[in-house]
Ligand binder design. Structure first.
Ligand code: FEO
Length: 182
């Protein structure tokens, strides 16, 4: 008897998204390292915590696939790409990564809807909500950068941004994240 409650298409899509979350984690580890090297310790701390949050998202997909009797396939993770050119570029890339991720999440929501796999559709709603939070967070970073002068922000403004990002609530709450409650 087939005990896999996921269609091949959905199993593959969930696996691919699991790898996307791991890729996002690698991107934020890379950006966090860049920020730390540049002396932006608050931004680095925020990005390292966010990298951990993405790992928890990855685990959430693994747990769900296994729960449904599916097959988890761990693959290589693509390299994160070049370092940001500056803090503005770093936050822009953060926003872009989150929007790209939202679009991938939506594709799985659509697929689960088309297949009438309501368990997966329900599981994915957590990510739909999470992506609203993640995009809001990224947009807030962009707003702060805009006030600070965007890509032309001076050192004193960047110093203040770094301090502020270090104290952001999302950075603190990410610390307490677990796979069950990312
Ligand atoms: Fe897992 Fe930042 O989305």
């Amino acid at each position: 008897m087939n005990t896999n409650r996921l269609s091949k298409k959905l199993n593959d899509a969930l696996n691919a998204q699991m790898t996307n979350e791991a890729h996002a984690s690698q991107i934020y580890l890379s950006f966090g390292s860049w920020a730390s090297e540049k002396g932006y310790d608050g931004i680095a701390n925020f990005l390292f915590r966010h990298a951990e949050e993405e790992r928890n998202h990855m685990m959430k997909f693994i747990e769900y696939i296994l729960e449904r009797g599916g097959k988890v396939k761990i693959t290589a993770i693509a390299a994160p790409g070049p370092d940001p050119a500056n803090v503005n570029d770093c936050f822009e890339k953060f926003l872009k990564a989150e929007i790209d991720n939202t679009n991938e999440i939506y594709k799985i929501v659509k697929l689960s809807f088309d297949e009438q796999d309501w368990a997966t559709w329900n599981f994915m709603q957590w990510f739909v909500k999470e992506q609203i939070e993640e995009e809001t967070l990224a947009l807030n970073l962009m707003s702060k950068m805009k006030i600070a002068g965007g890509e032309h922000a001076k050192d004193d403004a960047l110093y203040l941004i770094d301090k502020e990002v270090a104290g952001m609530d999302d950075a603190k709450s990410a610390e307490a994240a677990t796979a069950a409650n990312p």
